[in-house]
Design a binder for this molecule. Structure first.
Ligand code: CP
Ligand code: NVA
Length: 321
């Protein structure tokens, strides 16, 4: 069985540290690993739009010695109703890994159930775990990097403001808890995280020394936070939904005043909407590390691909859930 990366807790705390350590190494030496030499092919499939994910996987696979096959699902038979299992059967006979951006998490779980090569979640409605690896790498880079080969993230704090029920919030909960971070989510009562994911994050945090806080008070969340993060108020597929405007989220806009309470870094997975979830003053200001964060998608995903290909059928697999 291959190892997959479908959600943040598919890597144990120790495994996440290994991937982050490799990501930081690759940021310094881009061609240190060539696991896809051959070249081997990685399929990258998009059911939704993408800029960063598309560029970073295509570039990353090339730098690992491989070749990328980017498929817009609308131009494939998957987009015309061919089943996920039939598509998976064909893919896994030819490619060395599958990266998929899709809608419901159950779709990628279905693919992984029969895939004989690693399947990587490139964003679903529920999670965006590749992004969180890049974000953790960025925080480590800007706050002291690694100590003895381990990501020195434990004890640091991350405050996420905005839509607490979206893929980024869920991944910050699971990935942040795995890293031993103090994760604070400030969201309106109408957009709270999925209770099961919240409970899972608390369970992980109890083993890593992390902490989980859910609040409706953005000031409480950001005070003293190592990093303040936000995301669009309208995720892909949510366009036109009621209750996604300023009437709901305005108090959670990341402003210079909130950044002053934090004194830390500003991160945003991008794309960003200036004047909505963050002011231009913040995202274009001195505390913003969003371009390093975007670049780290490349290094983090190369590290992840390398790690997954090096750990097939690993007995220490983290699939506790
Ligand atoms: N952050 C992110 O995943 O960007 P794209 O949607 O452009 O891939
Ligand atoms: N929550 C956003 C993230 C985009 C990278 C979305 O799903 O559209």
């Amino acid at each position: 069985m291959p190892r997959h990366f479908l959600r943040d807790d598919d890597l144990s705390p120790a495994e996440q540290k290994e991937v982050l350590a490799l990501a930081l190494e690759l940021a310094g030496d881009r061609f240190a690993k060539r696991p896809l030499e051959g070249p081997r092919t990685v399929a990258v499939i998009f059911d939704k739009s993408s800029t960063r994910t598309r560029i970073s996987f295509a570039t990353g696979v090339t730098e690992l010695g491989g070749s990328t096959l980017v498929i817009e699902s609308g131009s494939s038979q998957l987009g015309r109703g061919e089943s996920i299992s039939d598509t998976t059967e064909v893919l896994t006979r030819m490619v060395s890994a599958i990266v998929w951006r899709t809608f419901g998490q159950e779709r990628i779980e279905e693919m992984a159930a029969t895939a004989t090569v690693p399947v990587i979640n490139a964003l679903t409605d529920e999670f965006h775990p590749c992004q969180i690896l890049a974000d953790l790498q960025t925080i480590a880079q800007h706050t002291g990097g690694l100590a003895d080969g381990e990501a020195a993230l434990a004890g640091r704090s991350l405050a996420y403001l905005g839509d607490g029920a979206n893929n980024m919030a869920h991944s910050y909960l699971l990935g942040g808890a795995t890293a031993g971070l103090d994760v604070r989510i400030a969201a309106p009562a109408s957009h709270r995280p999925d209770p099961q994911i919240l409970a899972r994050a608390e369970e992980i945090a109890a083993t890593t020394g992390g902490r989980i806080t859910l609040t409706e008070d953005p000031r409480e969340a950001v005070t003293g936070a190592t990093a303040v993060l936000t995301d669009t108020w309208v995720s892909m597929g949510q366009e036109g939904e009621d209750g996604r405007g300023e009437e709901t989220f305005a108090p959670f806009q990341v402003t210079a005043e909130l950044m002053g309470l934090s004194g830390g870094l500003f991160l945003h997975c991008l794309p960003a909407y200036r004047g909505k979830e963050v002011t231009a003053e913040v995202i274009d200001g001195p505390s913003s590390v969003v371009w390093d964060e975007a670049e780290n998608r490349l290094h983090a995903q190369k590290a992840l691909l390398t790690w997954l290909l090096e750990h097939p059928d690993d007995a220490t697999a983290a699939h506790a859930r």
